[in-house]
Design a protein around this ligand. Structure first.
Ligand code: BES
Ligand code: ZN
Length: 882
């Protein structure tokens, strides 16, 4: 495999003005005819270099240049390219190829899923459909004709507007679609199948009427209303918040069962993993409802941030993904509880993206090299990329940020651009220089930010000193890294817990509340004046920068912040830091073989929360959740899996017993409302169920018969998957073996025909930390509903085991590692993208003690030696062993 470098970027030699495609779909092959209307790139010299088209796994049947049939001596064919010599500046290439969607298990290019044809072209899948310049800076208009059997494939879809259709005598029919907007090939889509749709309308701000359609398999037609509602909300939100209007007459979403990712933003024809569209009370949890809303919004928002303005090359991926994640997060915050959304995003970032930043695949938000682009759809590109945008928003303020985005969309509409172009638009619109800020795009690793305080009672000044640094990452030494611009939003609390006015030396009087400091140097101090008593700082409010902050809080100070901080995010954060301190103490006791003793201050802090009926219940639920084992692993130098698990479970058990009364009271009150109110997918109801369910999972740890009875009542009598799945998970992790087996069997019997619900059934069992986890997972792989060919199944069972069941996956005998490596080796041949993603837990071997390290490395080496590896798996394995 070879490495591609950003520094080698060259503009395309040739452009494709028009692309005319015809697909003839058959059961044992598909014929693709492409007519490419091309010309020499006018920005380059007038000579005519050879034309090199991308193409993989294509059987070339015919090739013409300007209507002249070419013979094998007129072109060169390799397994990845077709090269020919144009003779004039403008010309037309016609090709016919045969492909095999029916045996495509990689789910990239054109493939079949549950009897329907569909495509996934991002990033480099179009080259598996036809010979093309498969790069995002080649933008073309597309006309697509699809023909197929009318009975099997009554619905024939592609991008843009439908312009013609017809019947043939042989039972076949055809449809032609025209997309007037120029786009790169990665946004191409085709769907053919027996689908039903729900149709709706949206009237845009300029009074254009848009037809909205969501296509699904007939049996799922009752599960699309939530996605349709989400789509309409997204369209409205993008008009109001970003001034972005939809541009075609029709917008379609199609749900497919076999899909590597969550969803894809193809122009006018988004293709979704069915798990990211289908949602109704009985079959999808609250979390699934919120995920559908967020993904529908994300893909819709790409119509501007990605499609109208696209990426010049794949090094710029965060230009569209980071920005669009930032946009969908703001949308979700507006639709639900903003603070809870921020808490969830930050917890996810710190657990997973920070781990990526500390591992062998660490890379900057704009990488400068890759082997396989599919491996770079990472948490760094997406989540850290979104944080970078959020910091720009914080530094510029709402209004200037909006001016910047307006300028960006206006200036670059119809273009393929870079992250620099985006930042330039923000600079030009705001007048703020972001030169130093751009280091966030090029330097990898998570910055550390240590903060020290000094109070001078006589002078009434309070000084905060910030020291920033960033650890070494692959290809970047610590000493090479230059200071970042770190926006630190903060407040200073007085003894009553109120925010003080924040006035820096030399400034005029200020109002009380938060403000943002820009930390731009390796070491930098800020002195506040008129501070009558020593304050308590609330730092990095809202998590204003993706850094590892340290400040020497003691536990009483954290309890004070938990109750008084005016910033909801930092109230949660104080609780997390308190829990981390308490858990780390327990981990130490566990490692030294001492009796575990829980700091009672954590009990009393959580008791206060539970007893305060005025708090947002979703916040209480978040604050009751202890930091996860994966996060505790991430913040350890050497992660002791058993001590982490033992300590955390001990704390949960102690909390459950000490807080039984208030937990039981909140549980019963909320369950009573749930029992008497029909399911509603709205924030207030999510909040009630979240608290009810976390309370139940604590309560069951006491093993009391009344809790078992309540769990069974909830399991049987509830009207929604959120309550049912929690009851099932609680039973699965409980010692009540008979009830557990009975509930698992009843659930599987009732939902055996619903693949997405069965995925949840697999996940709940794969995540059970009771002993014998691997054997249970291996048995489940034999279940008739399981198949390695479906990515959702692989994620639900194997992914959940390796990612969420840390004690079992990290079994000291290495059996979990061996199992995962075995699955990766099989999947490497079937679906390289899924194999490569599944492998991530093994790449974190540096986090563990020497025995586990050796076992994990041995499995990586075994994968490396297992035979012909895909570029996807090879890159990850070789880099993590380097
Ligand atoms: N463009 C991506 C889909 C994609 C990812 C295609 C990787 C090819 C390779 C899409 O916009 C996306 O980002 N989807 C996310 C969901 C989103 C809410 C972050 C996904 O599929 O997970
Ligand atoms: Zn995206």
């Amino acid at each position: 495999s070879k490495t591609i470098y950003l520094k080698d970027y060259q503009a395309p030699d040739y452009l494709i003005d028009e692309t005319h495609l015809t697909f003839e779909l058959f059961e044992d092959h598909t014929l693709v005819h492409a007519q490419l209307v091309m010309r020499r790139n006018p920005a380059l010299s007038a000579d005519l270099p050879v034309l090199t088209l991308d193409g993989q796994q294509l059987e070339l049947l015919e090739l013409k240049l300007d209507d002249r049939a070419l013979s094998a001596t007129d072109y060169t064919l390799t397994d990845s390219h077709l090269t020919l010599q144009p003779t004039q500046a403008s010309f037309v290439v016609d090709s016919s190829v045969r492909i095999h969607p029916e045996s495509n298990t990689a789910l990239e290019g054109l493939y079949k899923s549950s009897g329907m044809f569909c495509t996934q072209c991002e990033a480099e899948g179009f080259r598996k459909i036809t010979y093309y310049l498969d790069r995002p800076d080649v933008m073309s208009s597309f006309t697509t004709t699809v023909s197929g059997d009318k009975q099997k494939y009554p619905i024939l879809l592609s991008n843009g507007n439908p312009v013609a259709s017809g019947q043939e005598d042989d039972g076949r029919h055809w449809a032609t679609w025209e997309d007037p907007f120029k786009k790169p090939a990665y946004l191409f889509a085709l769907v053919a199948g027996d689908l039903w749709c729900v149709e709706d309308k949206f009237t845009t701000v300029s009074s254009r009427e848009v037809t909205l359609r969501i296509y699904v398999e007939p049996e799922n037609i009752d599960k699309v209303q939530h996605a349709m509602d989400s789509l309409k909300k997204s369209m409205k939100w993008d008009e109001e918040v970003y001034g972005r209007e939809y541009d075609l007459d029709i917008f379609m979403i199609v749900a497919v069962n076999d899909f590597n990712m969550g969803a894809m933003e193809n122009k006018g024809l988004n293709i979704f993993n069915s798990s990211a569209v289908l949602a109704r009370a009985e079959t999808a949890t609250d979390a699934a409802h919120q995920r559908v809303e967020a993904i529908v919004a994300h893909e819709y928002f790409h119509n501007w941030s990605g499609n109208r303005v696209t990426c010049r090359d794949w090094f710029q991926l965060s230009l569209k993904e980071g920005f669009t994640v930032f946009r969908d997060a703001a949308f979700s915050a507006d639709m639900n509880s903003a603070t809870v959304k921020r808490i969830q995003d930050v917890a996810y970032l710190r657990t997973h993206q920070f781990a990526e930043d500390a591992g062998p695949m660490a890379h900057p938000v704009r990488p400068d090299a890759y082997m396989e682009i599919s491996n770079f759809y990472t948490l760094t590109i997406y989540e850290k990329g979104s944080e970078v945008l959020r910091m720009i928003h914080t530094l510029l303020g709402e209004e200037a940020f909006r001016k910047g985005s307006d300028l960006y969309f206006e200036r670059h509409d119809g273009q393929a651009v870079t992250c620099d172009d985006f930042v330039k638009a923000m600079e030009d619109a705001s007048g703020i220089d972001l030169t130093q800020f751009k280091r966030w795009y090029t330097q990898s690793g998570t910055p550390r930010l240590a903060v020290a305080e000094r109070y001078d009672a006589a002078a009434k000044t309070y000084t905060l000193t910030f020291i920033q640094s960033c650890p070494a990452t692959p290809g970047q030494r610590e000493s090479d890294k230059l200071p970042f611009v770190i926006p630190v939003e903060l407040g200073l609390l007085d003894a009553q817990g109120d925010d003080l006015p924040l006035r820096l030396q030399g400034e005029a009087a200020a109002a009380a509340g938060s403000r943002v400091l820009s930390v731009t140097e390796a070491q930098q101090s800020f002195t506040f004046v008129d501070i009558a008593e020593k304050p308590l700082p609330s730092l990095l409010r809202g998590f204003s920068a993706p850094v590892k902050l340290s400040f020497p809080y003691d536990r009483d100070q954290l309890m004070f912040l938990m109750q008084h901080d005016s910033d909801g995010f930092n109230r949660w954060e104080a609780g997390q830091q308190l829990s981390v301190q308490v858990l780390q103490e327990l981990i130490g006791q566990h490692q030294r073989g001492e009796t575990l003793e829980l700091d009672q201050r954590l009990v009393s802090a959580l008791r206060t929360l539970l007893q305060d009926g005025s708090l947002d219940q979703a916040m209480v639920a978040e604050m009751l959740s202890l930091p996860g084992e994966a996060y505790l692993t991430e913040i350890s130098d050497v992660a002791d899996v058993d001590a982490i698990h033992g300590a955390r479970e001990f704390a949960r058990q102690q909390l459950a017993e000490a807080l039984f009364e208030p937990l039981w009271q909140r549980y019963q009150a909320n369950r009573e409302v749930s029992r008497t109110t029909p399911y509603v997918a709205e924030a207030e109801h999510f909040a009630r169920r979240a608290l009810q369910n976390i309370a139940l999972s604590y309560l069951m740890l006491t093993g009391k018969p009344e809790v078992l009875a309540a769990t069974l009542e909830q399991y049987e009598a509830c009207d929604n998957m959120t309550e049912r799945l929690t009851a099932l998970a609680v039973l699965v992790n409980s010692p009540f073996e008979a009830e557990r087996s009975k509930a698992l069997a009843a659930f599987a019997e009732h939902f055996k025909d619903n693949a997405l619900v069965m995925d949840q059934w697999f996940s709940v069992q794969a995540a059970s930390t009771l002993p014998g986890g691997l054997a249970r997972v291996q048995a489940l792989m034999e279940h008739p509903a399981f198949t390695l060919k479906n990515p959702n199944k692989v994620r639900a069972l194997i992914g959940a085991f390796a990612g969420q069941n840390l004690v079992n996956f990290h079994a000291a005998d290495g059996s979990g590692y061996r199992f995962l490596a075995d699955q990766v080796i099989v999947l490497n041949a079937l679906n390289p993208q899924i194999a490569s993603r599944l492998l991530a837990p093994l790449t974190r071997w540096r986090k563990y003690g020497s025995e586990r390290q050796a076992l994990m490395k041995a499995e990586l080496e075994r994968i490396l030696a297992s035979g012909e590896l895909s570029a996807d798996v090879y890159e990850v394995v070789s880099k993590s062993l380097a």
